[in-house]
Design a protein around this ligand. Structure first.
Ligand code: THG
Length: 369
């Protein structure tokens, strides 16, 4: 497929690291939260293999923060998510579905509790800031909402622990999954969380001091030589194999959290107030009619640019394929699809039309690995 360059402009924001990753060989961008997000550094298969064995440094500045602070901030945060945050702790990250008045998904951020009255909502690709501002003004909440100057660098892969120890000392290895704390780099404190959009382990550095962050970025590559460090980015193959879902690709504002397998983050029994709570109670009572499932696809190359219909042998629609890639691990193509009842169970089969050919599809559970 022929590819076309993105015409850069002020509207498609660069990051502090853009000039660096361009020197390091970024070969494709996507746009995420109106900002450049690297999508490839050469072959996705080679990058996936490298990520599983070594360490990569990712410019994920596009994971923007919505800062919500002030007297009613905890109330507003809870109003936005169906996950019970009443017992949440400072220094912890929480993966939280954001839900609208219909019980549908608006975003799936990581929420960081910085203080009892100060939060960062680390968003996926939708304009959560306007949703938050609308709710705050409609409810006369006493809050301040803005996008702070925070640009995340992710350090991912099995050797990320040794690399981070070299820079921040051995305390960094004691950080628990989805915990965060502040660590010193040459006299500047950086918020570092044990998190990241891969299942290979690692950290995310929420850089507020850009100058120090750029120095840190260069240091990671300097000290990372012995660990075979490379520039990378969220990897399509690794994230599909791991079942990490992508807002806008696998699900969007037409889908509810039960359909997307988020039920463990839906707390309908808790004594909390959130948007869409009654709608979600009804959806739970009535039961869902479709579900996000894994699919194995009988083809050795696939590049989705839109969702594709999956049909039964009679031509009836049974679902739509929303993400897909060739997986060297499984030696076949795999994908994430919204599958209708009664086909949304492992081992159901269907057909996909690709370039005029009919391709066999087999439904399976998520995650693949
Ligand atoms: N890190 C930060 N911000 C982000 C992302 C991130 N914003 C955008 C996007 N990614 C949000 N989506 C996700 C999806 C999955 C996870 C994190 C963010 C994730 N899930 C773990 C899992 O599924 O195993 C853990 C979830 C849990 O606590 O149970 O990490 O990556 N800063």
């Amino acid at each position: 497929m022929k590819s076309y360059p993105i015409a850069k402009s002020r509207r498609i924001r660069s990051t502090p690291y853009t000039s660096r990753i361009e020197k390091q060989g970024v070969t494709a961008y996507t746009v995420y939260n109106h900002m450049l997000l690297p999508a490839a550094f050469g072959s996705l298969e080679e990058s996936c293999d490298h990520l599983k064995k070594n360490v990569q440094v990712w410019d994920v500045s596009a994971e923007r923060q919505v800062e919500i602070s002030g007297h009613d901030s905890a109330k507003l945060i809870q109003l936005m998510t169906c996950r019970d945050l009443s017992k949440s702790k400072i220094g912890r990250c929480y993966y939280c579905p954001i839900i609208d008045e219909n019980g549908n998904l608006v975003n799936d951020p990581v929420i960081l509790k910085l203080a009892e009255d100060r939060w960062w909502v680390s968003i996926a690709d939708s304009d959560v800031i306007f949703f938050a501002k609308g709710l705050a003004s409609g409810n006369n909440f006493n809050v301040k909402i803005f996008e702070p100057n925070v640009d995340i660098i992710a350090i991912q892969g099995p050797k990320s622990f040794d690399l981070m120890e070299k820079i921040f000392g051995k305390e960094i290895k004691e950080l628990k999954f989805f915990g965060f704390n502040y660590y010193d780099f040459k006299g500047v404190k950086h918020l570092i969380a044990r998190s990241g959009w891969s299942k290979q382990g690692g950290f995310e550095i929420y850089v507020e001091n850009t100058k120090s962050g750029l120095e840190l970025y260069d240091q990671l590559f300097e000290l990372g030589k012995e660990f075979n460090v490379k520039a990378g980015c969220p990897n399509l193959i690794e994230r599909i194999e791991s079942g990490l879902l992508s807002y806008g690709n696998d699900f969007d504002n037409n889908d509810n959290p039960f359909e997307c397998g988020f039920e463990k983050y839906v707390n309908l029994e808790a004594d909390i107030n959130f948007l869409g709570k009654n709608k979600l109670k009804k959806i739970q009572k009535d039961g869902i009619k479709r579900k996000l499932m894994g699919v194995q696809i009988d083809i050795n190359k696939i590049n989705l640019t839109k969702s594709l219909n999956i049909k039964d042998e009679k031509g009836n629609l049974i679902g739509d394929l929303r993400s897909a890639c060739y997986s060297p691990h499984f030696k076949k193509s795999i994908g994430i699809a919204m599958i209708n009842e009664p086909y949304c169970k492992a081992s159901a089969t269907g057909l996909l039309e690709i370039d005029g050919n009919s391709i066999a599809v087999k439904v399976c559970d998520l995650p693949f690995i």
